[in-house]
Design a protein around this ligand. Structure first.
Ligand code: PFF
Length: 454
């Protein structure tokens, strides 16, 4: 295929890498990764996670970008080309996953706005102990109006950016925040590590106890690998479809995966030493980051300045990820259904807001409403997407590219990566033989395991 003159493209190669890294780096790294590690045995989870990243995450990232650039289409259109027939369903699965993830992602995105407001208004200044912080958070997530308002504001911000289009809207946001976020994390790590009692946190986070590696840890780490790298639903297919033929897919993918993993690992380092130092438990669940960081800020000079900056950056990181989630849905309706961008974005935003309301209320008003094995609506959406839809999407992407369309038809997409002959061969082998087998085994085993051991 040749460059389609009518299709928008990234302004520069760096623009693509930053936007793709912007999609990958988000709440998944700073909010979700630490709390999953906390619930799943600390270092044991980190180890399984890193293995998943290397043997599944990176190859599937490359596969998605290859598919995107090859077809220059949204995920649904792409699968109509490389899969045809029932394979087009893979694209729809991706669009649905993007939509579902966004319904609860935007609730947590709203928390970042709420905490930004709390930092600015001085509410975080009154925190002196972990008990204060836990109380503040509990009150916050139980307040229905605050939850719905912030959920609304987060969707509004996302819609605002997506409406302005690919190069103009998205690229501008991705260029500045990453380095600053990085520096702030380092400052938080230094503060956490110098608190008395921090060493227990380092042991928990970095010294694996192999007996803690259970099927649950493996499936959670796998789901988190897909979620954190924005894989399995076509976000990277969509972004790849705007990539110029001159750009190198292998080296860009390695950079994106590297940046994402480093931010996740650093987030854990910023959180666990502090958790142990103040005597909090690492199994706090989704509140972990929001409970511990205000305590760390309270022990820093000018803590409120750092807190404000941190929650602002976390908000922007969440926004750049949310943009890519909405972008998958929007690219589908504009490319396949011929809707105008504005109509697509506003309709998707409105529906996500409505479907997200039960997720916003899942920690308060609706916390006793249980669906699917006793989960709240929020947890259900999370499990449905990260544990089932994304890994299944990843499996189907690998099988479709490896067996249905044929890798030989797309290998020329890697031509720009001139010096990486072995890497290309290793990638092709992995996508054909390793990724599908491991993914199938884990998905089947987990399905069976879940049914036998509830
Ligand atoms: N990768 C994002 C994060 O870690 O916060 C979440 C996400 C974005 C998942 C886009 C999937 C996706 F397609």
């Amino acid at each position: 295929m040749t460059d389609n003159p009518k299709r928008e493209q990234w302004g520069s190669k760096l623009g693509f890498i930053l936007a793709a890294a912007g999609s990958a780096v988000g709440l998944g790294n700073i909010w979700k990764f630490p709390y999953l590690a906390g619930e799943n045995g600390g270092a044991a989870f980190v180890l399984v996670y890193l293995v998943c990243i290397v043997i599944l995450g990176l190859p599937i990232m490359i596969a998605e970008i290859v598919i995107g650039r090859h077809t220059e289409k949204d995920p649904v259109g792409a699968f109509k080309i490389i899969g045809t027939g029932p394979w087009s369903l893979v694209g729809y699965l991706g669009v649905a996953a993007g939509f579902f993830i966004m319904t609860y992602y935007s609730v947590v995105g709203g928390w970042t706005i709420g905490y930004l407001v709390k930092s600015l208004s001085g509410a975080l200044c009154s925190i002196t102990s972990s008990a204060d912080s836990e109380q503040l958070f509990a009150r916050f997530i139980q307040s229905p109006w605050e939850m719905i308002l912030y959920h609304f504001l987060f969707i509004g911000a996302t819609v605002g950016v997506v409406i302005f289009g690919v190069a103009g809207g998205i690229e501008r946001f991705s260029k500045i925040i990453m380095p600053v976020l990085f520096i702030l994390l380092i400052i938080l790590i230094i503060r956490g590590l110098t608190l008395p009692g921090a060493d227990a946190g380092i042991r928990f986070y970095l010294n694996p106890d192999f007996s803690k590696i259970t099927p649950k840890v493996i499936i959670e780490a796998l789901g988190q690998c897909f979620f954190s790298l924005s894989l399995g639903m076509g976000a990277m297919i969509t972004y790849g479809s705007y990539l110029s033929r001159k750009d190198k897919i292998l080296s860009s993918s390695i950079k994106i995966v590297g940046i994402d993993s480093i931010v996740a690992i650093l987030s854990g380092l910023a959180i666990f030493p502090a958790v142990f130092a103040v005597g909090m438990t690492p199994e706090k669940g989704p509140g972990l980051t929001f409970n511990i960081l205000p305590v760390v800020f309270s022990r820093m000079p000018y803590g409120f300045v750092f807190a404000t900056l941190f929650f602002l950056l976390l908000f922007i990181a969440a926004l750049t990820s949310a943009i890519s989630l909405v972008q998958v849905v929007v690219a589908y309706v504009t490319d396949e259904k011929g809707w105008s961008r504005a109509r697509a974005v506003l309709t998707a935003g409105g529906l996500i807001f409505l479907l997200g309301i039960p997720a916003a209320l899942s920690f308060g008003t609706m916390k006793d409403v249980k669906i699917f094995f006793g989960n709240t609506y929020f947890d259900f959406m999370d499990i449905l997407t990260s544990i089932y839809m994304l890994p299944i999407g990843g499996l189907l992407i690998a099988v479709c590219l490896g067996y249905k369309y044929g890798l030989h038809n797309t290998m020329h997409e890697l031509d720009a990566d001139t010096n990486s002959f072995y890497l290309k061969e290793i990638w092709a082998f992995t996508i054909k033989y390793i990724s599908p087998v491991i993914l199938l085994a884990i998905i089947l085993y987990f399905g069976v395991y879940k049914m036998i051991v509830p």
